[in-house]
Design a binder for this molecule. Sequence first.
Ligand code: M1P
Length: 257
Amino acid sequence: MVSSVFADRPHKKLLLFDVDETLSHARQPASPEMIQVLRELRKKSVIGFVGGSDLVKISEQLSVHGSNALEDFDYAFAENGLTAYKLGGALQSQSFIKYLGEDNYKKLVNFILHYLADMDVPVKRGTFVEFRNGMVNISPIGRNATKEERNEFEAYDKIHGLRAAFVKVLQEKFADYDLTFSIGGQISFDVFPRGWDKTYALRHVEDEGFEEIHFFGDKTYKGGNDYEIFADPRTIGHTVAGPLDTIRVLKELYLDP
Ligand code: M1P
């Protein structure tokens, strides 16, 4: 039975959304139309987001047009659910550093910094390693890159496969750490313990009694950072081709069926 806090929703379904290229374009604010569609949807079902980014970045994308990422979603899952909120209240979580231990973490980061220093990319900016609660994010050009620099690096990496090659080296070198390396965005990849992909977020909702849990994402193919939660038997997965497509699918399935 679904918690009474959701008694006002006629559908006892949970709809979970990836953020980048599902609710908004990568690292861009969601459109006014998307915010409106989500508001309408929330009158009928319980809604939440599951992003790979940290909460600060996701808020920049979803706390727009009078909306608030923590108040206007029933569930807010940043860093794959390692930072989690239900109705604006924080849920318990774990930390990457506690899992790995300071010494192992230091060995990993030292190796990454050496590798990055030797890596030749067209431009280098700042913040090459971003430490987060549930993961570490690695970027060969740095997270301070502008939107144009991001697009250029993404195109360059499609040809040269720099991130994929780096990931392969790390997988071999740190095989005993049991980590997952996930290329989910344009300029970086995420590193986190195996199992701390987006299915981690399901731990917070699987016993809440929802009749169905739907997941919407764009990188639902094997190797994409939406794949595990999309393919998980606890969810009904939907693949979308960008925010406009998400709006189309939501209208078709739930708003004007
Ligand atoms: O949400 C997908 C990814 O978005 C960002 O990736 P990038 O900066 O490379 O476009 C990052 O926040 C990353 O952690 C996240 O998985």
